[in-house]
Design a protein around this ligand. Sequence first.
Ligand code: C2E
Ligand code: MG
Ligand code: MG
Ligand code: MG
Length: 294
Amino acid sequence: ANPVKAYSSLYYFDRRLANRFGRYQVLAKLLKKALNEQAVEVYYQPIVAIPSLQIEEFEALFRIQLDTELEYEIQELISIAEANNWINEIDTMVTKIALNALPDIQKHYQDDNIAIAINRSLANDRITHCCLEDTIDILLASNADLSKVTIELTESAVFENFQQQKKWVEKLQEYGVKVAIDDFGTGYSSFAYLSNLPVNFIKIDRSFVTDLTLDSNEYAMIEMLCKLAHKIGAKVIAEGVETVEELSLLSRAKVDLLQGYIFSRPLSLENILTNQVQPYPDSLSEHLYQRSAS
Ligand code: C2E
Ligand code: MG
Ligand code: MG
Ligand code: MG
């Protein structure tokens, strides 16, 4: 081995680690500050049904303005919040803001059936007992029509602690709340667990949707998932739909609902209420898969 090379790559590794550590510290500090100032915002992205392409839900997504030139993704801030036990604080704020916004959104579209989907992290569950119990408290304290609320839980969080989470999922559903498994396919993806957990929606992760082709493994997986989901009475949502090719293939695989930039990016409430977004142009309908009558 070349000692100089070994040394330099080690040095490089250390420096990268230090950069990352520094970046993490900076973002964590800025996030905490912004949270203390209650600078939380929520953006909303439509989820549309096949074949009507009508809006069925809006997903509420956390946004915050940090005082920095650093570029960051929301997922990164969520991970930092989870590591520091701030995630419940974020989820609580987002939940309250989103529940408040729902009547305005329904009124704007003149459709009381539009629902709101809210992400709920279970990462701090073991420390703070049950996040879902908190969620139930917030939902019950609000005036919201709970049959128009979906709680999105990530796959790994639910299946890691299955027996306990199952109890809370069922409790939510007793109140009429719907439950979605988010980012399906990125964790343990256990089909066996799914048939034991009566969820309402399964959201296929964007990584399965990007560059989808008919002969891909991803297509086969999505088709199989739809079959299973329909058998257990769940609907499948595909995330990250950007192209008409993807839209066409997803409808062919019998996916029920679509979410992605092809319809709309996440928008502020103000934008939704003033801009008259038309997230389902008629021209998109032509790209839905047409089943021949048999
Ligand atoms: P998610 O729950 O899977 O949300 C969907 C993400 O995909 C959003 O990213 C959305 O902007 C993005 N997306 C939607 N359509 C497209 C598309 O066509 N192309 C691309 N490239 N991206 C698309 P966002 O808002 O950055 O959020 C990232 C993740 O952060 C979320 O993934 C969720 O896991 C987490 N998150 C966001 N808000 C909250 C929150 O309030 N609470 C918790 N616990 N987690 C949240
Ligand atoms: Mg989600
Ligand atoms: Mg997701
Ligand atoms: Mg995701």
